[in-house]
Design a protein around this ligand. Sequence first.
Ligand code: G4P
Length: 530
Amino acid sequence: MNQTDLKFEINSRKTFAIISHPDAGKTTLTEKLLLFGGAIREAGSVKARRSERHATSDWMDLEQQRGISITSSALQFKYQGYVINILDTPGHQDFSEDTYRTLTAADSAVMLIDAAKGVETQTKKLFHVCRQRGIPIFTFINKFDRNAKDPLDLMDEVEKVLGIESYAMNWPIGMGPDFKGIYDRQTEQVERFMEGSSKSSAKPPVSGALSDPNVQEGIGEVLLNQLKEEIDLLDSAGNTFSQERVDRGEVTPVFFGSALNNFGVPNFLHSFLDLAPAPQPRSTNIGVLDPETPSFSGYIFKIQANMNAQHRDRIAFIRVCSGRYERGMNVIHTRSHRRLRLAQPQQLFAQERTILDQAFAGDIIGVHDSGFLRIGDVLAEKDGLQFEAMPFFSPENFARINIANALKRKQFIKGIQELQEEGAIHVFRDLHVGVEAPIIGVVGQLQFEVLEYRLREEYGVQVDIQHLPYEIVRWVEKDEKLIKLLTESSMSTVVIDKDENYAVLLLDEWKAKWLSDRYEIEFHVQPHVT
Ligand code: G4P
């Protein structure tokens, strides 16, 4: 492939994640994007696929029982000359580090907000991860067909709670039972909200100019005056639009709509495709790597074991960062300097796997892994390449795990080891207890349930989970101050991590500060890289 074609392929890609609090409508919006993008014909199929796949993947029973999505994958579809990759990030309150890591693979994010609830906790956490990476963030405020917060207040909330400037791309006219539509500030067109319009198909909405008497009549005088006042206010006192500032993640373009009613979704999709970035350069140990560099490179952001119980497989998900992948190509695994053949890379469409012949910077591919690959590993045509380290997320929930049947010890240790390699859990050893009853740290409580379930289903091991009251872990040097703390304090537990680093489990920030002052110990939020 010549450089012009490569450039064209890469520049047509948009790889993004939708971030939201549970129930804001992420599944609905994803579905509507697929619907408008022509990837599915009827809404409802993503949810349907979610349940279909339980037939082949039994550990996801848990997912079904809880009605949530625990795993994440990437969906790809083509629309108007673009190749769109949506990274699916689980939206449950109790999500895992997986979600955070998945965000490293995105070039932009869509922040979905429930108009009645505003900025919720999960959205805040995910927003901050995107913010740290400085990626552009687009906001879709959903459910305007229901009673909602005042749109000006919502804009204000985004700015105050998240600390990002907001720029309204369109503006809602009324809400709930009086929802009349949205006004597009660029085209000055009104898109009328029609009660009872088909929710499942991709029919174009009725629209017209604000000056059109028919449009005005449909809106009514009160709402029309209110709209004019609010638009004046936005024009005179609101933020100004700047593509550069959107690119730097300093200002978020805001769209209003109702995903369930398809309303505002096509406008959003078109603006998003216009404004969102193509695959971006990445920082590496040898300088900034341009995605259009012909030689292939990528890194593993997620490993998922046993996705299909019948095959007992393990899949490593790679974000392609530069060049082009070709089926069967040889790459170098930077950590081991070994040559690997990427034989059967896959692309996932809502869990349906397709074998890929080629992929480009911006795409996500899944490769089979026999247990050798790790999160953060780099695969590239040239040896020695390193991307920025994966962000580290400190566990906030801790439990001691005991095997119910000592005869299963071997399987237990294997299971814990593999889940640790997958990046699903942090394993600590209590100084006094050892590997039989490790202390496990996780980001979200739900991961304990997943751990218990997977140890039982995949390794045949029953465990008891004894929750511990600690909420934070801090890494420390092993010295006499630590020994003193160890012998004197009952407010903490000293543990050793997988790389033999010492750490202290602590009840809360306040206790951490108190102990750190009292024993003059320096606490570190993450281990030294070994
Ligand atoms: P999530 O993936 O973010 O958790 O949210 P999901 O799309 O499952 O949507 C959560 C609920 O909100 C669903 O209702 C969905 O139909 C509803 N919803 C999504 N968008 C809109 C909207 O624009 N307007 C209104 N009024 N509701 C919306 P549910 O009753 O919990 O589920 P379901 O039975 O409809 O699937």
